[in-house]
Design a protein around this ligand. Structure first.
Ligand code: CA
Length: 232
């Protein structure tokens, strides 16, 4: 799950970023309208936390851009201007929630979970494919009913694939979703290959009937394991 924090106040941005990273979200930040606008246009997020008063513009206009681009991001407005007009306008444009400052981190986390659950990704429900089940909220994976311990990035990769079964996943898109900021600009993807290799091995050893297959020249896809493969 990837979150963009749009907030110009450095200390609040830092506190939010730390709290969300601790909760295993992939976090990116923007401190100005221009920076946020460029990120929203160029990347996909699961959720955007949006401050309204930015030094170079009004956050509500960013929300309009999200809607104009027909993006699927959940947007939670975070604003010190606890005015009813802002709230009404924000929800009118299509924000999913509104949280007035100051707020407790626990409340922010609860709101994020709540909008994600309502969202179109089926967040919060178990995702199953073959004999593999993944619970996005508790971050647990099981194979044929038995727990499969995964490292953080391995879980994130599997989760990315399981929400896109049978889709060919491009290395750059995967790197961007799982590693965040600028990973897609890396000149090689050794870090992606290494994690996928470990994840594949773990799935195979656990007797998974799905596997991550390499699609030569394109990337990878998650599909039913080939049980007749003589190498197995
Ligand atoms: Ca502000």
């Amino acid at each position: 799950m990837k979150i963009l924090i749009v907030e110009d106040e450095p200390s609040l941005r830092e506190i939010m970023s730390r709290a969300l990273t601790q909760e295993h979200y992939v976090v990116e930040t923007a401190s100005t309208f221009a920076e946020a606008d460029a990120k929203i246009a160029g990347y996909d997020y699961d959720c955007i936390l949006l401050d309204i008063m930015l030094p170079d513009g009004n956050g509500l206009r960013l929300l309009e851009h999200v809607k104009q681009l027909r993006k699927r991001e959940n947007v939670i407005i975070i604003s010190a201007r606890n005015s009813i007009e802002d709230k009404v306008e924000g929800l009118d444009i299509g924000a999913d929630d509104y949280l007035p400052k100051p707020f407790h981190m626990a409340e922010l986390l609860a709101r994020i979970k709540s909008v994600m659950r309502r969202g179109r990704d089926g967040y919060g429900r178990d995702i199953t494919m073959g004999n593999v089940a993944l619970d996005p909220e508790s971050r647990r994976v099981s194979v044929a009913g038995r727990d499969l311990p995964l490292l953080k990035k391995e879980f994130d990769i599997l989760s990315y694939f399981m929400t896109r079964p049978n889709h060919i996943v491009d290395k750059a898109a995967l790197a961007e979703a799982v590693w965040g900021d600028h990973a897609d600009e890396a000149d090689n993807y050794q870090f992606v290959y290494a994690q996928i290799k470990n994840l594949r091995r773990k799935l195979e050893e656990a007797g998974s009937d799905i596997e991550i297959k390499a699609v030569y020249g394109f990337g990878y896809k998650l599909a039913a394991a080939d049980k007749n493969d003589p190498d197995k």
